[in-house]
Design a protein. Structure first.
Length: 274
């Protein structure tokens, strides 16, 4: 569930405030993700899923620095994710928490939960993808852009590059991992009807299991979501994304494919709301 001109898959979308994001069409999705090319044609969609960009970058394994853009000031004061007197979110639409408070904290919770859903492996399943997009995006945005989402996710060349079947499933004996792990949020702008929330997170993406050619790797991103108060809840209308901040990695031995598969299957992912 980022927004220049051509963007590299792991970041750099169109300007903040524009309700559009451009993605590679079939056949052009796997050029060098760290080189910008103005000649590539791109599919225009609103608010494309965060981990799709990470997936393309993962498939290419490029290197280099990423240009980026995001809304709001980077100097905004931090606000710890602390307990408050507000009642926690208890309602759900499918597996996604909904019904957030009409406050800055409610907007932060919505952006984080929505980011987790948009970065999940469920986005590669047609029915689950439709349910997620219809839940987290404003109704007019979701209805207009679902066909574009499907076009991107159904590209066999894209799925093959990642190592998935044409139906978006992992090969026999392997586990597909696509998770967003939130680290923190900050509100970059807020009023009664709209909010801009930056979400800093790490993502896990790849195939775990014996014989995997695309082992699970870790990446770091900040995505700034544009939210709108629609029918009593916060909904996504647009977003921008940039790489990092990226911490220095420790010298730790990577786990075996078997241990990684057991961990993924044994530890469920989190939703996040305060």
């Amino acid at each position: 569930m980022s927004h220049g001109d051509d963007h590299e898959p792991s970041g750099g979308y169109a300007g903040t405030g524009q309700t559009r994001t451009r993605l590679p069409e079939s056949g052009d999705a796997f050029g060098d993700p760290r080189r910008r090319s103005s000649s590539r044609s791109l599919v225009t969609v609103v608010g494309v899923v965060v981990l799709l960009i990470a997936a393309i970058a993962f498939a290419n394994r490029g290197g280099g620095d990423a240009e980026s853009s995001s809304s709001g000031s980077d100097k905004a004061e931090s606000s710890a994710t602390a307990p408050t007197g507000e009642r926690p979110v208890k309602s759900k639409t499918g597996d996604i928490a909904t019904g957030y408070a009409h406050t800055e904290q409610g907007a932060q919770s919505a952006a984080t939960n929505y980011g987790v859903a948009l970065g999940s492996a469920d986005m590669y399943n047609l029915d689950k993808r439709h349910a997620i997009v219809s839940t987290v995006y404003a109704p007019d945005v979701a209805a207009a852009q679902l066909p574009a989402f499907d076009q991107v996710y159904s590209q066999e060349s894209f799925l093959e590059k990642i190592g998935l079947t044409k139906d978006g499933a992992a090969p026999s004996g392997q586990t597909f991992v696509s998770r967003v792990v939130p680290v923190g949020t900050k509100v970059t702008s807020y009023n009664n009807s709209t909010a801009s929330v930056a979400l800093w997170y790490t993502s896990l993406f790849g195939l775990s299991g014996e014989g995997s050619k695309n082992p699970v790797t870790e990446s770091w991103y900040t995505t700034t979501y544009q939210l709108k108060w629609v029918d009593g809840d916060w909904k996504v209308t647009d977003f921008t994304q940039k790489d990092g901040p990226v911490p220095v990695g420790r010298d730790q031995r990577a786990s075996t494919a078997e241990d990684m598969s057991k961990a993924v299957e044994g530890y469920g992912g989190f939703t996040y709301a305060r």
